[in-house]
Structure formats: C-alpha cells, structure tokens
Ligand binder design. Structure first.
Ligand code: UDP
Ligand code: MG
Length: 323
C-alpha cells in the first residue's frame, strides 16, 4: 500500500441520481484543497435509479473514490456502518449525499480532530427547505429521546460527524441490528465536541425518509436506548389494576350491603371494557416492539450483503464480517 490515508469520507446513497455528480464535485474540491490524503467511500444502498451506474463511472475515472454496492436497500444507518467498516482513514467523516450538510465544514472538523477530539459532530442551528412538520417532529423527537434515556445524546444532531479511527474500531464491536448510530457513538464516550452549522436545503430530489421510515427510525432510537416505555407499560398496568380493585370493592359493597337497586348499566360496562382493552393492546404493542427487535438480534443475520466493491485493495463482496 502507498501512503496512509488520513481522512475517509463516507457517503450513503439511495436514489440520489440528481445530486450525485454535484456532491462528488463539491466534496472533491474540498478534499483536494486539504493537504491530507483522503478517500471517498460511496455506499450505494440498493438505489433503483441511475445512482449505481453513475457511481461506477465516477470510480472508473477517479481511483480515490471507492464504492460499496449493496445487494439491496438495507437502510441509511446500515450503509453508514458498512462505509465505516471498510474505511482506512485515521479520521472518518460521515456526510449525507444531498448536500444538506455542507462539505466545506469538513476542514473545520479535521482541525478540531487535530486538536485532540475523537468525535466532532455537526449541530444543526437552522434547517432550511424542510417542512414545518419535519422540523417540528424532529425537534420533539430529539427532546423526547433525551428524557427517555440515560445516555447523553446531543440534540439536533444528525449523522454528519467526524470520528477518530479508535471510535470506528470500537463501533465495530457493537453488533446490534436496529442501529441508531449517533446514539451508539454517544454511548461509546470518548472526547466529543459539536460545531454548529446551518443545514441547507436538499440540492435536488426529495427526502428518502418518508413518514414510515421516520417512525421506524424513532422506535429504533428509543428502544435501543431506553427501557422506559416498558416501565411505563408496567406502571400503567399497576395503576389500572389498583383502580379496578378499589372499584371492585365498591361494586361488591353496593351489591351486598346497600339497598340501592343495581342497574343493568351496559354503558358503564362497555366504557370500562373499551378503556381497559385499549390500554392492554397499547402495552402489548410496546412489548411487541421490543420482542421484534430481540427476534432480529436472535436470528443473527449479517447486517448487510455487498454485491460488489470498486477501487478497494481487494474485493469486499461476500466477505463474512464479524457482525
Ligand atoms: N439513505 C440511504 N438509505 C435509505 C434512505 C436514505 O442510504 O434507505 C441516504 C440518502 O441517500 C442520504 C442520507 O441517507 O444520503 C439521508 O437521507 P435524506 O437526505 O433523504 O434524509 P433527510 O435529510 O430528509 O432526513
Ligand atoms: Mg437530506
């Protein structure tokens, strides 16, 4: 191997044909302006548009660009994981493909890293070009998550960050499937610092996080970092059984000792039934969310399958990873 790579840039790609060339150009410009040697790792997460052929073409012309081509769509967090797994740099930067995270911030991150920080995360001040709904739910989610968990996860922080090689190696030891990477990195500890930036709007194309994926993502984050929903479920259960026990005493007393004529009262029966059934189903649902994830872990399938790689020193496809 020739000289040691200082900085790896990991870019997950899912149907990004409209932005890929521009992202490549802007990233390259920033990286070329630095003195450090670098590699850019594109991870094609099973795109259905022209992203893959475009990425292959870029790789054919520029050996500094490497490609991991997934066999299907495995999800954003998994794509990032694969990129980190196969990176060689002493520092690894993860950045979205849509230029919402400005590549021009990378030199600043590297500067902080050279000052001795192990994790430099980008903290979003403003988010441009996103719907009120997205911004509102994101804000709410980050704050809710903070209350739910003991791990100190910085709010309003995405996956745009730099991590040191030793953090990436530690991350390889974390085998969980429902991955919430920014949470896991916080959990790892190390010396962390945030730098603030304004999040731009998407350069082109639309978000690859529809509501369904957002929900899955939020549930992954909460269930991997908190047992509180389960606790809440059992507390609610206890409280409700306590109330019903008291009410049972009242009912028995009325029936046996009072002269009051008991009514047929289907309305109250129905109301109580509906209420309790609702709560029970909700609690079962919460438990189900956890069991589903336990099931995923138990199967122990590999986290991702690679169809092909380009420009790595050896082909990484079909390589059994330790995960
Ligand atoms: N992405 C991915 N796999 C997916 C969904 C998204 O690799 O299943 C990538 C996408 O190409 C982009 C990044 O993850 O580089 C963030 O996605 P997006 O910008 O759509 O999310 P948003 O910024 O709207 O939250
Ligand atoms: Mg985006």
């Amino acid at each position: 191997m020739h000289d040691k790579i200082i900085c790896s840039v990991v870019v997950p790609l899912y149907n990004e044909e409209e932005v890929l060339l521009e992202t490549y150009k802007r990233l390259k410009k920033v990286m070329d302006s630095l003195k450090d040697s670098y590699e850019i790792i594109f991870v094609n997460d099973g795109s259905r548009d022209k992203t893959a052929p475009m990425a292959y073409e870029i790789c054919a012309n520029d050996k500094k660009i490497k490609l991991i081509d997934f066999a299907r769509n495995f999800g954003h967090q998994t794509a990032i994981t694969a990129g980190m797994d196969y990176s060689e740099g002493q520092a690894i930067v993860v950045i979205d493909a849509d230029l919402q995270d400005p590549p021009e911030l990378i030199p600043k991150m590297l500067k902080k890293w050279k000052e001795g920080y192990d994790v430099v995360y980008g903290k979003r001040l403003a988010r441009k070009g996103e719907t009120f709904f997205k911004k509102f739910t994101a804000k709410l989610f980050y704050r809710f998550l903070r209350r739910m968990t003991e791990v100190e996860i910085p709010v309003d922080t995405g996956d745009f960050r730099l991590i040191d090689r030793k953090v990436a190696e530690a991350l390889k030891l974390v085998n969980e499937r429902s991955r919430y990477i920014r949470g896991i990195i916080s959990w790892l500890g190390f010396k962390q610092i945030g730098i603030e930036f304004n999040r731009d709007k998407r350069f082109a194309g639309e978000t690859k996080y529809p509501l369904k994926k957002m929900f899955k993502f939020a549930f992954d984050a909460i269930t991997s970092f908190s047992y509180k929903p389960l606790k809440l479920a059992s507390y609610t259960g206890f409280l409700l059984s306590f109330c019903s026990f008291i009410y049972l005493l009242v009912v028995l007393y009325t029936k046996l000792f009072s002269s009051e004529i008991t009514q047929p009262g289907w309305a109250s029966t129905l109301a109580v039934n509906l209420f309790f059934n609702g709560i029970t189903l909700m609690i079962l649902g919460i438990i189900g969310e956890y069991i589903g994830r336990i099931y995923d872990e138990a199967k122990g399938r590999p986290l991702y399958i690679i169809r092909q790689t380009k420009n790595f020193s050896e082909d990484k496809s079909n390589k059994i990873t330790m995960r």
